[in-house]
Design a protein around this ligand. Sequence first.
Ligand code: FMN
Length: 199
Amino acid sequence: MTKSFYSAVQSRRSIYGINDEKIISDERIEDIVNLVVKHTPTAFNSQTGRVVVLLGEQHKKFWKLAFESTKQGLAEEKIDSTKKRFESFASGYGTVLFFEDYSVVESFQEKFSSVEHYFPVWSHQASGMLQYIVWTALEQEGLGASLQHFYPEFSKEVKESWGIQEKWELIAQLPFGNPISPPKEKLIEPVEQRVVIVK
Ligand SMILES: Cc1cc2nc3c(=O)[nH]c(=O)nc-3n(C[C@H](O)[C@H](O)[C@H](O)COP(=O)(O)O)c2cc1C
C-alpha cells in the first residue's frame, strides 16, 4: 500500500475507460488477490469466497462469452449498446470473478441450524467486503476498475478450464485495466442525513 487507508477509501471510483496496457505484473495482481482473500472477514470464519482472476486473452474470452450468453434475453434495441459495454470491459487487462461456494455455506447451515437462514445473506455480505477490498487495492496500484453483475451460462469445458466448481455461485465481476478516462461526477448526499452519532 502506497497511500493511507483513508485516501484509498476516498480515491476508489468506478472507472469504465480502461485499456490493456500492462502497468503492474501478473505476480503483483496475484499477491494482492491472495492477501485480500486470506484476510477479508467472513461469518463464523466460514471462508466462503472464491475468486478466479482472468488475465489477457482469458479475460477477453470471458466478456465475449458473457455477451453471447447475455444477448439471448435482450430486446433487439439493447443488443448494440450491450455489445459496446461488454467490449469496453474486454478492452481492459483482466477481470476478477467473485464466487461464493455454496457447499461451504450449506455445511455451515447444517452445523449452526439455529441461524441457518442467515448464512446465504452473510455469504453475500462477505463477498461484498472481498469485492470492495480487491477493487480498492487494485486502484491503489494505479489500475482502474468497475463492478459488474452479469450471469452468463458457461459450458462444462469453460468451467473446467477456469477451475470453477459445481457449487460456486457467480456473484460479481470486476473488469480492470490501465485507466484512460476519469470517473463520472458523483453526487454525495450530505453525510449528516446518513450518519447519526449518539453520545
Ligand atoms: C452492490 C453494488 C452493485 C453494483 N453494481 C454495478 C453494476 O452492475 N454495474 C456498474 O457499472 N456499477 C455497479 N456498481 C457501482 C456503483 O454504481 C458505483 O459504485 C456508485 O455509483 C458510486 O460510484 P463510484 O464507484 O465511482 O464511487 C455497484 C456497486 C455496488 C456497491
